[in-house]
Ligand binder design. Structure first.
Ligand code: ATP
Length: 743
């Protein structure tokens, strides 16, 4: 949608009778909106009737050029119309109306222009499609093909649209109208045009703590990315504030609509950088009527772990590097610490012993082709074979005549059983990851991969806390892949795998076969990585190579949407991360989209941020910021000891100047001091956060504390500062003890 602030038609109705015209228009639109709500209410009263109607409509749609999967989508949506009543209640009564757009079209350039407004064809666009009793559309779903011109029409290519209208709603009430006249020369005399343009109105509004949908004002280049076919990998690039996140979420809603069967059954996963980010975006999909998409932060992709802690920069860099693959693979195959180093059994009149070397050989052989947790029976066979080879020839008779019956007796001996339980326990990824805290063993696993300083840093990071960090989660996932799941007992094959084996305390419990199967199934359920039909990765520039491995395991058969901006990467080597992604997805076809307009920052704030990043990355992809406020960012310099206080003062001033939120972004080391000074403001509109936490979020006003330290203390350096400098929509104040960082 091309709604520039200088649109030649904005303000056209600022004439004496404008108020009267506006009132009349609002009333007319309200009537239509009332009909839609009335129809939905009626539908809610008779769900079963609607199911039948939906079916008939799907059949009626059989004529024409509707693709099969769209039909399915349409049919299922119609069946679900009755659920719309419930959704209306869920919509944020302040902002999210059911019907938000209207198109008035003629018949294109090769037909004469129409004379009267009533001769234009009008079509309403909304969050769901609703038809009247005669199956005439009262409003069409924003994702339907017929709604495309609402988003794609521009003055240059108007797609037969004469006027595009956006309705501003408070719940079911129409409170404002923003028009966009695409073909002034073809507009009938009596066609009213009003408002400043919906986009500008929407961009200038105060921000809250959660992101809102943009269905009413999706722009043409965004619409292309939203509706791109699902196959292969769709890459959506663009600088800060270009709508990458919000576009990705609308794309998820679109994919569900276009092929509901495939994506609802197969699942759609959205992966984002942090729990705070997931909370920020979690309302968008429900407001678009979609509740089935899984949203997970990268720290939550492994079941049972919800990591929010962040490593120090050096440890994070090591944990994310592909070199960890070799380290973890060696750890997963090594001896269990504190496991017995010899096995001694008394059997058939002889005492037989295996020493540490012999045990190591058995272990290595068992692991040659099978991951550890699935190799218990190989290990058992190896032990029996080694013991048998040491069993004296002259004793090989009776029940000890052959290896098999010898083995049956050996594995039942209490000494063997207790040995095996501690020598070959079922290993959890968590257990093995903890082993990396021992620098001596880590040095062995890290040979040729990590230098001594890196080994020390990694071991110290592992020992420093018993919580898992976000970077650990990818390591846990790698380990669970390397260790394998314990085999699930199959009917008739129970004896293949003994569940008692893994219990090191040797508890003797008696399980029935069905209990055992139920347990096995539950274990399998818990460990099985979930797989999805479509995976959408936001802030993809931040994924480390190890995280890419984890994420791609979630969709071995999936199609992908990957959203990011390399200039905002918090990974020290963005090229390495990009290569990791490419190698994981190289077999898939790609389509790339680039978003070119920054809708978040005022032009003044973005001009400054752009200058900062250009110094570091001369060819960074800088978007155009469209909205000017006339307010330049302000840079204040204080003594280092006064900075926390100065930050709170700046936040206090900004609270007076903006209606919505104020974000105070501080380097992690200064966080406690700034938290303390901000506490005195005691205002829920202010939040303090670290540069990493600010990823993807936005505030009306931002205070940036000690930019120099943001650069030196965060993994992404200047790129992290660029993220921070692009969070404010209206105002920004920086508070520093130096001025060196200024461009
Ligand atoms: N077409 C649009 N209409 C109204 N608002 C929009 C539109 N496109 C984007 N926005 C708004 O611009 C802001 C930035 O969008 P978003 O967070 O998706 O950008 P981004 O490209 O992911 O940013 P970053 O890379 O900096 O995290 C949001 O408030 C979003 O709602």
């Amino acid at each position: 949608m091309d709604q520039s602030p200088t649109s030649p038609h904005s303000g056209k109705v600022e004439q004496p009778e404008s108020v009267v015209v506006e009132q009349a228009e609002l009333e007319a639109e309200q009537q239509h909106v009332d009909r839609v709500y009335g129809r939905v209410a009626e539908a809610a009263r008779s769900a079963s009737r609607i199911a039948v109607e939906g079916h008939q409509r799907a059949q009626a749609q059989n004529v024409g050029r509707v693709r099969e999967e769209e039909q399915t989508g349409l049919y299922e949506r119609d069946v679900l119309v009755f659920a719309a009543a419930r959704r209306i209640a869920e919509l944020d009564a302040e902002h999210e109306g059911l019907v938000f757009g209207r198109l008035d079209s003629d018949h294109g350039e090769d037909k004469p222009a129409v004379e009267r407004a009533e001769d234009l064809e009008s079509l309403y666009v909304g969050r769901i499609g609703v038809r009247d009793a005669e199956y005439e559309p009262l409003v069409i779903d924003w994702r339907a093909p017929a709604a495309e011109p609402f988003y794609r029409a521009t003055a240059a290519d108007r797609l037969a649209v004469v006027r595009r209208r956006v309705l501003r709603n408070k719940g079911a009430r129409v409170v404002g109208i923003e028009d966009d006249l695409l073909a002034p020369e073809r507009a009938p005399e009596d066609l009213p045009v009003m408002g400043e343009g919906a986009l500008m109105a929407s961009l200038s509004r105060a921000r809250g703590h959660t992101m809102r949908d943009i269905v009413a004002t999706i722009q043409a280049e965004q619409d292309l990315a939203i509706r791109a076919p699902a196959r292969g990998v769709t890459i959506i690039g663009g600088g800060p504030g270009t709508g990458k996140t919000v576009v990705a979420l609308h794309r998820a809603a679109y994919l569900l609509y276009s092929d509901r069967r495939r994506f609802e059954r197969g699942g759609v996963l959205v992966v984002g950088p942090s729990a705070a980010f997931m909370a920020y975006i979690e309302r968008v999909l429900p407001s678009l009527g979609e509740n089935t998409v899984s949203l997970r932060a990268v720290g939550e992709l492994v079941d049972g772990v919800r990591a929010t802690a962040v490593d120090e920069a050096d440890a994070a860099a090591i944990k994310g590097s592909l070199r960890m693959r070799g380290v973890l693979s060696r750890a997963a195959r090594d001896r269990v610490p504190a496991a017995p180093t010899s096995l001694r059994v008394f059997v058939g009149g002889a005492t037989i012993e295996l020493d540490a070397n012999q045990l190591d050989n058995v272990r290595r052989n068992a692991l040659r082709r099978t991951p550890r947790n699935r190799a218990a029976s190989e290990a058992r066979k190896g032990l029996v074979a080694a013991l048998w080879s040491r069993f004296p020839d002259d004793l090989r008779n009776g029940v000890y005549a052959d290896r098999e019956s010898f083995g049956d007796i050996v594995v039942d001996l209490p000494a063997y059983r207790s040995f095996f339980a501690s020598w070959w326990p079922t290993l959890s990824p968590q257990t093995v990851l903890r082993w990396l805290g021992d620098p001596r063993r880590l040095t062995r696993w890290a040979r040729n991969e990590l230098g001594p300083a890196e080994v020390d840093a990694l071991a110290a990071a592992v020992r420093s806390t018993d919580q898992f960090t976000i970077a650990d989660v990818a390591l846990l996932d790698e380990l669970s892949h390397l260790l394998g799941r314990p085999p699930v007992a199959e009917p008739g094959k129970d004896e293949e795998f003994d569940w008692l084996e893994g219990l090191s305390d040797g508890v003797n419990e008696v399980l029935t076969t069905s209990e055992r199967r139920a347990r096995a199934a539950a274990a399998a359920d818990a460990d099985e990585p979930e797989e999805y039909a479509h995976v959408l990765v936001d802030e993809a520039q931040d994924l480390s190579p190890m995280q890419w491995r984890m994420v791609t395991r979630r969709g071995p058969q999936a199609s992908w949407t990957i959203v990011g901006d390399p200039a905002q990467s918090s990974w020290p080597d963005p090229d390495e991360a990009r290569q990791a992604m490419e190698s994981m997805l190289s077999h898939l076809q790609r389509h790339a989209f680039r978003l070119s307009t920054n809708y978040r920052n005022s032009a003044e704030i973005y001009a400054f941020a752009g200058e900062v990043i250009r110094r570091q990355i001369p060819d960074a992809d800088l978007p155009n910021a469209v909205r000017s406020t006339g307010v330049e960012p302000e840079h204040r310099v204080f003594d280092a000891a006064k900075v926390a206080e100065a930050a709170a003062d700046a936040a206090g001033e900004l609270l007076q100047l903006v209606e919505g939120t104020v974000g105070v972004i501080v380097p992690p080391g200064l966080r406690p001091a700034v938290d303390a000074t901000l506490a005195e403001l005691n205002n829920p509109r202010v939040v303090a956060l670290t540069p990493l936490e600010s990823k993807g979020l936005e505030y009306d006003a931002v205070v940036v504390v000690e930019p120099d330290r943001i650069v030196s203390d965060t993994l992404g350096g200047v790129r992290a500062l660029y993220v921070v400098l692009t969070r404010a929509t209206q105002r920004m104040i920086t508070v520093n003890s130096t001025t060196q960082w200024l461009p």
